[in-house]
Design a protein around this ligand. Structure first.
Ligand code: NCD
Length: 306
């Protein structure tokens, strides 16, 4: 990733960009204090028009760990001038004069692309509706590589709302950049991976397989990636009921001992708390790694010399 570059979609990155971010994140995690003054005098603006715990706080923690400053609108849909009718483009034009980089979360697909277009500073997409969440995919990859050493040749089973969950969209695009990766999907009817995305990642070489059951999906898998039902985005015609899908004992019995269980979090009913005691449960560590991945992303787009 180069200085000044926005990150709207994983599509904008090469495999080598991802590898270099993962490598930087690992070095930062190993020797955090060595990077404590890397971004002194830089300012990150976090502009969040949707709820967030991990993404916003880990972006802010990442900037603080690099010695930079943060200005934050965590509740921008209610507390920014959007309430007065200001357009996103105008808000971004303003904020890009106040900060050196912007992390933006917005309920509309394409909002980050629109922001990147008008911004004078890099915009990092921290989730645009049911679109993408690229830094989440990089942190997912970070967790996987730390456990398995590489993404090449792996089998990832994805369970959940694959239609409206943006993290799996970015993750599928990321996995497609690696060699001989299989993505097995299990989703309730109507919540399958969007067709356009499925076609695109297949063309890029991802082996995409729809499984009939969770047990079938996890057999021989290296990663079980679980996502929650995106209640806030589901159209009325998609039937929803709590308990539509969940990790169960049969699935964990079929999942290899060497596999890991990931979840972008927050989890609701799909990942019962009893799973936390399983040695393969890796989602807390996964989320913590997000700080280092976001440190690496901030350093890259701000052109810090590493
Ligand atoms: C995800 C998101 O916001 O897309 N959360 C996160 O950033 N870790 C997943 C979700 O909300 O289900």
């Amino acid at each position: 990733m180069r200085k000044g570059q926005s990150l709207v979609s994983i599509e904008e990155l090469e495999r080598t960009d991802i590898e270099s971010l993962l490598d930087t994140a690992a070095r930062m995690q190993e020797n955090r204090s060595a990077y404590a003054g890397l971004l002194t005098h830089s300012i990150l603006a976090t502009l969040f028009f949707e709820p967030s715990t991990r993404t916003r706080l880990s972006f802010e923690s990442a900037m603080a760990r690099l010695g930079g400053h943060i200005i934050s609108a965590p509740n921008a849909s209610e507390m920014s001038s959007a309430v007065k009718g200001e357009t996103l483009a105008d808000t971004i034009r303003m904020v890009s004069g106040y900060a050196d980089v912007i992390a933006l979360r917005h309920p509309r697909v394409g909002a980050s692309a629109e922001a990147a277009e008008v911004s004078r500073v890099p915009v990092l997409n921290a989730g645009d509706g049911a679109g993408e969440h690229p830094t989440q995919a990089i942190l997912d990859a970070y967790a996987i590589v730390r456990r398995h050493g590489s993404l090449d040749g792996l089998t990832v089973a994805a369970l959940g709302d694959l239609a409206y969950g943006r993290t799996i969209h970015s993750l599928a695009l990321l996995l497609a950049k690696f060699e001989a990766v299989t993505l097995r999907t299990v989703a309730p009817r109507g919540l399958e991976l969007p067709k356009d995305l499925a076609t695109a990642v297949r063309e890029q070489g991802l082996r995409l397989e729809a499984a009939d059951s969770l047990v079938d999906a996890v057999r021989g898998a290296d990663v079980l990636y679980v996502t929650r039902l995106q209640k806030e985005r589901l159209p009325a015609h998609v039937a929803t009921s709590p308990g539509l899908y969940a990790v169960d004992h049969a699935a964990l019995d079929a999942l290899p001992a060497s596999a890991m269980i990931l979840h972008p979090l927050p989890r609701v009913d799909e990942l019962p708390t009893w799973v936390d005691g399983d040695p393969r449960a890796s989602y807390i560590e996964q989320a913590h790694g997000g700080v280092y991945v976001r440190m690496a992303c901030l350093a890259a787009v701000l052109g810090a010399s590493l």
